[in-house]
Structure formats: structure tokens, C-alpha cells
Design a protein around this ligand. Structure first.
Ligand code: NAI
Ligand code: AKG
Length: 387
């Protein structure tokens, strides 16, 4: 019986995929698997028995990836599963920044008891007039699951779209409309675009990527949209840029004490992925990833270990070894198993940076003694007996 713990509410349609071999626990300490959305995990004590964490979403900056890897805990995310939800909200953000929709709605609310509301609205509306998106230049920084969808959809609204991503994946490049202009230098986006939207992960080298120097290169009256993470933008600097008239609006999905209620800031409470569809997609993908890992040892969409797929085990035994990416270590596994009179019938070894994963199908079952010998090897982080 496996136990799983949810650090945030996870859609039932996903949790329903857990069979009778799984039980939900309210105690993190009892869990072999954790499902999480945005809960901060950096300061959590991770239980010894924890095997896997699935982030039902894209961003994993709330999870200590290296600490998990060192403990042999595989962390997954659900790439693309909430991308459409975010894409749609980005367009809402562009429209809110271009037209005073909120001001107009507020006016109607203030005039709800005015019997001349119908007639007065025709006079009042000029205060809420705005601009159209068609014909404007949109710069998309980061052409992953969300950025590609935003870029492609914007071309259908008649926008001229510039895309920048020095690390674009082959898959994303295939999906990108050929009407999107591929830009090699982000400075060209800064200087050319009326709207700039950022869709990159929060990493050490993307932190405060949009800063004073970047704003200085932008067009006067630019709209900046941030549905990725607040720390990607130097928000003190953007408030100054708003004061100076450089930035017209800053649309962000990440409320904090810097931007909440500030002039020129349109702030939503991290709503990008808060749609039934995105929540369902993420939960289903996250649960499938956890089950395949716990039951078969297969790794799909991990962010700290390599992917590895050997299907379901048809041999007598299967073990998974999570280890450091070290010279000669695989030979040592083979020696220990050979000395224990166990034949390896199939095996996959994959590495990702400093970490590696070996999945071995065996002609007979391993003993506790052999598992102990493997686990004691220098560089081995964890040994799991799957079958
Ligand atoms: N507001 C919300 O509710 C949500 C926010 N997000 C945020 O959006 C981010 C992006 O999500 P996805 O598109 O699904 O991720 P993704 O991993 O599919 O795409 C990220 C893209 O950024 C690119 N990139 C990385 N560093 C870059 C750089 N320095 N310059 C330009 N491009 C760079 C990568 O090559 C990749 O193509 C997530 O990391 C997360 O922080 C994601 C989902 C929901
Ligand atoms: O789960 C959520 O609502 C947050 C989604 C998000 O920020 C992400 O997937 O990176």
C-alpha cells in the first residue's frame, strides 16, 4: 500500500486514478508521494520514506530540487498541462491594459441606482476609451508551452509577434507559427514592442531579467505582462518606470507588497492556471507520473532526474538505483549482482547533470543483503526494489 499526501488541493479527477493500492494521508511524514501546486517546500523536513514529488503545474521554484535529488526523491512537473489556461489570461491582461474595462464596470456599479444610467453611459464612456491589439507589436520572451501558445494566438488577433528563446526546444519550434518573427537578441524585443510578455522559468540567471536597464531600452508607453513569476522582474524599478511614463501598465499574476494597489499595476492573485481544465490536466498528469514511478520505476517529466522508461516489468525482479553520475559505478552494480548470482536481463542507465538513474530487470529477486551492498556504494543515493 502506498500513501500520498497533498500539500495543496489537487483535482479529484486526478486523485481518482489512484487505485485501492493507494491511500491518502494527512501526515506528510507517512507519505511515499507528495502532490503539490504552489506550496513552499524549501523549509520542509522531507520524510525518509518519500520517493516522489509531483508538481501539478510547470514552475518548480517552490521545491528544493537538489536537496530532493540528494535524498533520491524524484521530482516531476506537468509540462504544458496548464499552458492554455495561462495563455487565455495573458490575453485578458492585454485587454485590461489596453482598455479601461475595470473603470467602465466600476462606473456602471456606481450608477446602478441612477435611473438615467443608459443615457449617461453614452457620455461617460469616453473616459474609458482605449486602444486595440491588432497592429501592435508583441514580444514574447520564452517560447515554451505557454509562450508558443501566446505567440501563435496573438498572430490571429492581427498582432505582429516577435519571439525570443535562445534555448527553444525542437518541439516548441515545430509548434511555433511561421508568422512569429524569431528574434535572436532580447534587446530587439525591448526596443520594438508595444507589449512584452515573459514566459521563462525562475532560475538564478533569469531573476530580475526585466530590470532598469531593460526598461530604459523599451518604447514609451510599453505594457509589460508577467504571468511567470514576480522575481523575474525588478518590480521596484518597474514602479519607477511607470512613474516616468516609460511603462504604461504592468500586468502581473503575483501579488506582493511592492505592486499590490500601486499606480499602473494590474494584479491578479496567481490565477493563470486556475481553471477547471488546467487543474484537471495537471492532476491527471501528476498522478500518472507518480504511479508509473512507484509501480514500475519509470520516470517521465522529471525535473531533477533523467527520464527513463522500461515499461512494466515482465521479469522476476526489477530494481531502481538513484545515484550520482560517477565513473565506474555501473560496473560495481553489475559485480554485486553477479556475485549474488543474479543475472541482469535488461537495463537502462541515464544521466542528467550530476545525477543518474539505473533501472535493472533481473532473472531472480534480490536479497536484502544485495540491496544493502548496492546502497552502501559511494555515490548511490537510494535503491528501490520494485519487484
Ligand atoms: N501564472 C501561473 O499560474 C503559471 C505560471 N507559470 C510560469 O510560467 C513559466 C513558463 O511556463 P511554461 O511555458 O509551461 O514552461 P516551459 O518550460 O514550457 O517554457 C519555458 C521556456 O523558457 C525558455 N527560457 C529559459 N530561459 C530563458 C531565457 N533566459 N530567455 C528566454 N527564454 C528562456 C526555455 O527555453 C523554455 O522554452 C513557468 O516556469 C512558471 O514559472 C506556469 C504555469 C502557470
Ligand atoms: O497551481 C497553480 O495554480 C500555479 C500554477 C503555476 O504557477 C505553475 O504551474 O507554474
Amino acid at each position: 500500500m502506498y500513501q500520498y499526501h497533498c500539500l495543496n488541493p489537487i483535482a479529484e479527477v486526478g486523485l481518482d486514478l489512484f487505485t485501492e493500492d493507494y491511500q491518502k494521508t494527512e501526515e506528510l511524514n507517512d507519505a511515499q508521494a507528495v502532490l503539490v501546486r504552489s506550496a513552499a517546500m524549501h523549509d520542509l523536513e522531507l520524510p525518509e520514506g518519500l520517493e516522489a514529488i509531483a508538481r501539478a503545474g510547470a514552475g518548480v521554484n517552490n521545491i528544493p530540487l537538489e536537496k530532493c535529488a540528494d535524498k533520491g526523491i524524484v521530482v516531476f512537473n506537468t509540462p504544458g498541462a496548464n499552458a492554455n489556461g495561462v495563455k487565455e489570461l495573458v490575453f485578458a491582461g492585454m485587454l485590461l491594459a489596453s482598455r479601461d474595462i475595470v473603470g467602465g464596470i466600476d462606473w456602471v456599479l456606481e450608477n446602478k441606482d441612477n435611473e438615467n444610467v443608459k443615457k449617461d453611459a453614452e457620455k461617460a464612456k469616453k473616459a474609458f476609451a482605449g486602444n486595440e491589439l491588432a497592429g501592435k507589436k508583441l514580444g514574447v520572451i520564452g517560447l515554451g508551452a505557454i509562450g508558443v501558445r501566446v505567440a501563435n494566438a496573438a498572430t490571429h488577433l492581427g498582432m505582429e509577434v516577435y519571439g525570443y528563446d535562445p534555448f527553444i526546444s525542437v518541439n516548441a519550434a515545430w509548434n511555433l507559427s511561421r508568422n512569429v518573427k524569431h528574434i535572436n537578441s532580447v534587446e530587439e524585443i525591448y526596443s520594438a514592442c508595444d507589449f512584452i510578455t515573459i514566459h521563462v522559468p525562475l532560475l538564478d540567471d533569469t531573476k530580475k531579467m526585466l530590470n532598469k536597464e531593460a526598461f530604459a531600452q523599451m518604447k514609451d508607453g510599453v505594457v509589460v505582462l508577467n504571468f511567470a513569476r514576480d522575481l523575474l522582474v525588478d518590480e521596484e524599478a518597474i514602479l519607477t518606470a511607470i512613474e516616468e511614463g516609460k511603462v504604461k501598465k504592468y500586468v502581473t499574476d503575483f501579488p506582493n507588497t511592492i505592486t499590490a494597489g500601486k499606480k499602473g499595476c494590474i494584479v491578479t492573485p496567481h490565477l493563470g492556471a486556475s481553471t477547471q481544465e488546467s487543474e484537471d490536466n495537471c492532476a491527471v498528469m501528476a498522478v500518472k507520473e507518480i504511479k508509473d514511478y512507484l509501480e514500475n520505476g519509470n520516470i517521465r517529466n522529471s525535473v531533477n532526474f533523467p527520464n527513463c522508461n522500461m515499461g512494466a516489468c515482465t521479469q522476476a525482479g526489477r530494481i531502481a538505483i538513484l545515484h550520482k553520475n560517477k565513473k565506474g559505478i555501473i560496473g560495481k552494480f553489475s559485480n554485486i549482482l553477479g556475485d549474488g548470482d543474479i543475472n541482469i536481463t535488461d537495463m537502462t542507465n541515464k544521466s542528467r547533470g550530476d545525477y543518474a538513474y539505473s533501472l535493472l530487470d533481473l532473472e531472480s529477486n534480490v536479497t536484502e543483503e544485495i540491496v544493502g551492498q548496492l546502497a552502501a556504494l559511494d555515490g548511490v543515493l537510494k535503491v528501490r526494489v520494485i519487484k
